[in-house]
Design a protein around this ligand. Structure first.
Ligand code: PGA
Length: 250
């Protein structure tokens, strides 16, 4: 049985007062009877503060991006080793905003995936199709291509130390959620793709859904066989909404 994971991608939001309030709100709503895990993904500058606020709690800490390089003359970049050094255990790679706004292609995403693992971080590999791609009936082709690029570069064993997040681009921040059937169908396809190479790793792999998850639509999504939690953007910015989603995960 895969433990569900509720991960909050804060994106570029918040200042210190909000960070403190949000973490306090999350911690006060943690429930020992819930099996699900919680992760927060703050902007880089707040990682040390969040790490200290989370001290001795089960909440996981991740970053939103990393460099493909380990160190050197890469002004403005942040290495995976630095993220591990300041307390992160996870990092997003290939979020659709990185792919579309910062020109990250499958090859760069695969390099970042490998860089994360080399630094001892678990990558959360984000994949998903645009509205045009879905309308053209290309969803499976696009998503399986995004997965294949990483499988090729990292090998299937690497998926034993990774998480996948399916985030249809048309559902991110739009209020338009994929239906549980739409999401389940892509999640099952991803798991089958990994299972072709290693059924055990595929069976253990957590595949999160992201794209306008809210407290009132979360339970239906999380009830599906291959949906192992959520990557939450907008609704992760208030503890009430975020932890409402956690409650829905059981
Ligand atoms: P959203 O964002 O929940 O605001 O749609 C999800 C994400 O981009 O990770």
């Amino acid at each position: 049985m895969r433990t569900k994971l509720i991960a909050g991608n804060w994106k570029m939001n918040g200042r210190k007062p909000m960070v403190r309030e949000l973490i306090a709100g999350i911690l006060s709503r943690l429930d020992v009877n819930q099996r699900s895990e919680v992760m927060v993904l703050p902007p880089f500058p707040y990682i040390p503060l969040v790490n200290s606020l989370l001290d001795a709690t089960p909440v996981l800490l991740g970053a939103q991006d990393l460099s493909r390089h380990d160190s050197g003359a890469y002004t403005g970049e942040v290495a995976g080793g630095m993220l591990a050094d300041v307390g992160c255990s996870h990092v997003l790679v290939g979020h659709s905003e990185r792919r579309s706004l910062h020109g990250e292609d499958n090859a760069l995403v695969a390099a970042k995936f490998n860089a994360a693992q080399a630094a001892g971080l678990q990558p959360v590999l984000c994949v998903g199709e645009t509205l045009d791609e879905r309308s053209a009936g290309r969803t499976d082709e696009v998503v399986s291509g995004q997965i294949a690029a990483v499988l090729e570069a990292a090998g299937v064993a690497a998926f034993g130390r990774a998480i996948v997040a399916y985030e249809p681009v048309w559902a991110i921040g739009t209020g338009q959620t994929a239906s549980p059937e739409q999401a389940q169908s892509v999640h099952a396809m991803i798991r089958a793709q990994i299972a072709k190479e290693d059924a055990t790793i595929a069976g253990r792999l957590r595949i999160l859904y992201g794209g306008s998850v809210k407290p009132d639509n979360a339970a239906d999504l999380f009830a599906r066989e291959d949906i192992d939690g959520g990557l939450i953007g907008g609704a992760s910015l208030t503890a009430e909404a975020f932890m409402g989603i956690y409650q829905a995960a059981g």
